[in-house]
Design a protein. Structure first.
Length: 93
């Protein structure tokens, strides 16, 4: 299953160390609205008591953000892509 979330940010740089952290915050919040127990299980214990998290993510993309060398810029027009082997009926997304 692949899906995306449209996101908005300020027209400001996003520090590199937070690029994926922001994405995972969105993942767990979306999942928590649909299946709180699964969100808690994945966050705390991974899948099947392993460290695996079966949700792949892309860094946020901001199509109209200004480009500067070495800087990850945000804008009000962004998107995050997700992929998971979970069937849609399991997470009810």
């Amino acid at each position: 299953m692949r899906f995306f979330a449209d996101v908005a940010g300020p027209e400001a740089p996003l520090p590199w160390e937070y690029v994926h952290g922001v994405v995972y915050a969105v993942v767990y919040n979306v999942l928590r609205t649909q299946n709180p127990a699964l969100a808690t299980q994945l966050h705390n214990n991974g899948w099947a008591s392993s460290s695996l998290r079966p949700i792949g993510v892309s860094p946020p993309t901001f199509s109209d953000a200004p480009r500067y060398p070495g800087v990850y810029m945000m804008s009000p027009n962004g998107r995050i892509w997700f992929g998971s082997p979970f069937p849609t009926w399991l997470c009810r997304c």
